[in-house]
Ligand binder design. Structure first.
Ligand code: AMP
Length: 435
């Protein structure tokens, strides 16, 4: 028997357990996706869909050669001459699409959102999967600090639309790319005498990407960093003005934030603003979503001209965890209005036609079908009708056909009435609102 591979899950019509996680059913996913799309529409973000496969170089350059994603989490796909990657995130692909299709040619800012699967070969655990789903926005072609505020306001609005409370927004500025080298040098200088106390990973990061050291979870390393040079002290005046402007906009919007100088984010492309929305209700994987400004990404992936931009990505599985923790009810499968039960050859043929006509009239209609070896008895079909969850069983036999009618049994109440076939759609619709 084949099974889903580690860190992936099926989404079934009904909610189920998979590898210790509760996987909501497709109606819940559709609901969540619809709410996200609705918020995006009101914020004037337009949907973009990019391929699951991208050139590996796009991700290596876009996300950054020294990041965890690129060094150990990519699912690559080899073809004869090329290597592709299953997208680990969508910002670099959106930037590729923006450049490829000249979406900025009209001038002004371009507001895009996406929703779809991402792939990372991480160690699966609660809230962490190898195929997971992100929604996010990208606001491209503007360095306006109001764009950063708009993106954060959008992130906050999505969780508000779901009634998620108890979240915390962490905020920081990384300054401009030009501000980094001096900080890197100062940090290296500060930590060099303590190299022996650093983990192997941190020693490597000190050499390749010292910013990443700042968000270490290791208590001893945190202590070493307590009196280390602060990134904030190296941020240039322009980036600092941008940051102050953003904070004033957030204040005006009444969006609370906590300034956190250790927030650096795992991806290389960030400049200036970085932020993360977290919730304690999620356990170890506390991040609902995160993002920032990435003014250097376009050039990193081959653009001649810079494209200042800001965006975020948020995990749908994490959103489900937050909703579950708050006991928010999500839709389960809708009940069919009717399930057709037919006795005899003529009635069986008539039932298929009737199903077609009722569906054309807008009703949701199931047909009781025979199981292998189960037979077509009235009893077997009524069992099938009950299993379908339908509100009504519509019974058709020779007797009913000769009268041009059907028996309509209310499967909740157990009552049955005779309804002329041409009045059936109306009768089933009228009765459908209850329960
Ligand atoms: P990142 O692109 O790493 O900033 O991730 C953005 C958001 O995507 C995170 O805040 C999570 O909500 C979600 N996310 C990232 N990686 C995973 C994963 N492996 N499984 C589930 N959700 C994830």
């Amino acid at each position: 028997m084949f099974q889903t591979i580690r860190g992936t899950f099926d989404v079934l019509p009904a909610t189920h357990e998979s590898g210790g996680s509760r996987v909501p059913g497709t109606p819940a996913w559709r609901h969540v996706e619809a709410v996200v799309r609705d918020v995006m529409a009101r914020h004037a973000f337009e949907e973009i869909r990019t391929p699951a496969l991208e050139p590996v170089e796009l991700v290596a350059r876009g996300v950054g050669a020294t990041t965890d994603i690129v060094t150990k989490e990519m699912f690559t796909v080899e073809r004869t001459r090329e290597t592709y990657v299953l997208r680990p995130e969508v910002t670099a692909p959106v930037m590729r699409a923006y450049l490829q299709h000249h979406l900025g040619a009209r001038g002004g800012a371009t507001r895009l959102f996406y929703l779809g699967a991402c792939f990372r070969a991480e160690r699966p655990q609660k809230g962490r999967f190898r195929q997971f789903h992100q929604f996010g926005t990208e606001l491209l072609g503007t360095d306006d600090a109001r764009a950063d505020a708009e993106v954060i306001a959008n992130l906050v609005a999505v969780y508000a639309a779901f009634g998620v409370t108890g979240t915390r927004l962490r905020l920081n500025t990384l300054g401009d790319a030009a501000d980094r080298p001096a900080f890197r040098d100062a940090l290296r200088e500060h930590l060099a005498p303590h190299a022996a106390d650093l983990s192997e990973t941190s020693r490597q990061r000190l050499a390749s990407n010292p910013l990443r050291l700042l968000d270490t979870k290791d208590a001893r390393e945190r202590a070493l960093l307590a009196d280390a040079p602060r990134l904030t002290d190296f941020v240039g005046p322009e980036a600092m003005d941008h940051y102050h402007a953003l904070k004033a906009y957030l204040d005006a919007l009444g969006i609370a934030y906590v300034e956190d100088p250790t927030l650096v984010r795992g991806l290389d492309y960030y400049t200036r603003t970085v932020f993360e929305l977290e919730s304690d209700a999620l356990g170890a994987q506390s991040a609902l979503g995160a993002g920032g400004r990435y003014d250097g990404l376009a050039e990193a992936v081959g653009s001649k001209a810079p494209v200042p931009a800001v965006g975020y990505a948020a995990g749908i599985e994490r959103l489900f965890l937050a909703l579950e923790a708050q006991g928010v009810a999500l839709p389960e499968a809708a009940r069919p209005d009717a399930c057709l039960v037919a006795l005899g050859d003529a009635a069986e043929r008539r039932a298929l036609v009737l199903a077609r006509d009722l569906r054309a009239a807008g009703l949701t209609v199931d047909v009781a079908l025979a199981s292998p070896g189960g037979g077509r008895s009235m009893k077997a079909q009524m069992k099938a009708a009950a299993r379908s969850g339908a509100r009504h069983a519509v019974l058709l036999g020779d007797d009913e056909l000769s009268r041009g009618a059907a028996g309509v049994r209310d499967l909740d109440a157990g009552t049955q009435t005779d309804v002329p076939l041409d009045a059936l759609a109306g009768a089933l619709t009228r009765d459908s609102g209850n329960g």
